[in-house]
Design a protein around this ligand. Structure first.
Ligand code: ADP
Ligand code: MG
Length: 362
């Protein structure tokens, strides 16, 4: 089995895309460059100029709405789809035109693709056919122990829950110690509670095995929760790539600001690190100039009851750990999240204050 992944730090080389960055070359596992794919029936390319790098042991989420090209990108990396343009290199070897089985990449399919007639142990052993029998059996048992399924070796897939089947599929893939595992919506067949539990387990197992992973998802919460970095896609392109924290705090565009969490969009006039806005002069998270759209997260706004206030509460959603308010001020409706304290009734006049940097969008 591989050793635990080394941690790595990043620096931004000159050729990196704006707001993206690359791991240092020595630690790059996968490099995807300017991938393009147009299906014969499609008016526009399904994937257009997609490029990113992945470090050894790193977990990347490809996040975007349905139809934005996530699966097509993954299938090109796996070798199941041929790109019209672009290159894919794995550990500096050009694999763009290799068949899937020659790439040494693991794949976890959405439906797990387990053999129904084989028991759990034999499903995991299947990928180890070239290993001596006893060794393969020991390895399969070790992997099943690692994914928490020791004792269930003799069961058939139909005698397991969805989450357990998912772990068998992962054990089968990780048993081959691939440097990279591709996963397309791997949790979509699980119920909500199971999904949350399984995704943290999968992350832990991938890290323990030292395999890097690319996970396709349309669920922003899942991407933020599991990935080291997230690539946000729209209409065939990668719009932004960065750590969950970076992308949430510093979305580059209105699409990213609204797809990843919720954002209020204001207009303002920026000069350097501040902007004149309907809420007064506010500090900016990065410098900008001229007319700009600004993203403000609902949790960055303070709501104060004030009989003289210019705004009023028009909607409310109690969520236990916090409360969501819709607040109308003139033409503008703002979304505000405040703590679980006393509720403010609908119809109450309030004052809004923005108490943080706001993000200028491109
Ligand atoms: P996602 O996984 O993000 O939902 P896909 O990569 O599956 O998106 O699809 C991207 C676009 O390419 C969509 O418009 C889809 O209809 C189209 N597409 C995907 N696969 C095929 C195919 N085999 N033939 C024709 N069009 C396809
Ligand atoms: Mg898909």
């Amino acid at each position: 089995m591989n050793t635990l992944p080394k941690t790595f730090s990043f620096k931004m080389p000159a050729e990196a895309t704006p707001l993206g960055y690359r791991p240092r070359p020595a630690q790059v596992l996968l490099e995807v460059s300017r991938l393009r794919k147009r299906f014969p029936q499609g008016d526009t390319p399904a994937v257009e100029r997609v490029g990113f790098t992945l470090g050894e042991g790193e977990l990347l989420a490809l996040l975007g709405p349905s139809g934005c090209g996530k699966t097509t990108t993954l299938r090109m990396i796996g070798g199941f789809e041929h790109p019209d343009e672009g290159t894919i290199t794995l550990r500096r070897r050009d694999i763009t035109h290799l068949p899937p089985e020659a790439r040494g990449i693991g794949f976890v399919f959405q439906d797990y693709a387990l053999f129904p007639h084989l028991n759990v142990l034999d499903n995991v052993r299947f990928g180890l056919r070239r290993m001596p029998r006893a060794e393969a059996k020991a390895k399969a048992r070790e992997m099943l122990g690692m994914v928490g399924l020791a004792g269930l070796e003799g069961r058939k897939p139909s005698e397991l829950s969805g989450g357990q089947q998912q772990r068998v599929a992962l054990a089968r893939t990780l048993a081959m110690s691939p440097p990279l595992v591709l996963m397309d919506e791997p949790f979509s067949n699980l119920d909500a509670a199971m999904r949350v539990e399984t995704r943290q387990e999968v992350r832990k197992l991938m890290k323990a095995a030292g395999s890097a992973g690319i996970l396709v998802t349309h669920d922003q919460e899942e991407a933020l929760a599991i990935a080291d970095r997230v690539a946000v896609m729209e209409a065939g392109r990668v719009l932004q790539i960065g750590t969950p924290d970076e992308i949430y705090r510093n979305p580059a565009s209105e699409f990213v600001a609204s797809f990843l969490g919720r954002s209020n969009i204001l207009t303002g006039t920026a000069s350097g690190l501040e902007a004149a806005t309907p809420f007064g002069t506010l500090p900016l998270s990065r410098a900008a100039n001229g007319a700009v759209a600004l993203a403000v997260r609902p949790e960055q706004i303070m709501l104060e009851p004030d009989p003289e206030g210019a705004a009023s509460v028009v909607g409310r959603e109690f969520r236990g750990h916090d409360q969501l308010y819709w607040v109308q001020e003139g033409e503008r409706c703002m979304l505000v999240i405040s703590g679980p304290g006393a509720s403010i009734d609908i119809g109450t006049r309030v004052r809004l204050r923005i108490c943080d940097c706001v993000v200028p969008l491109v």
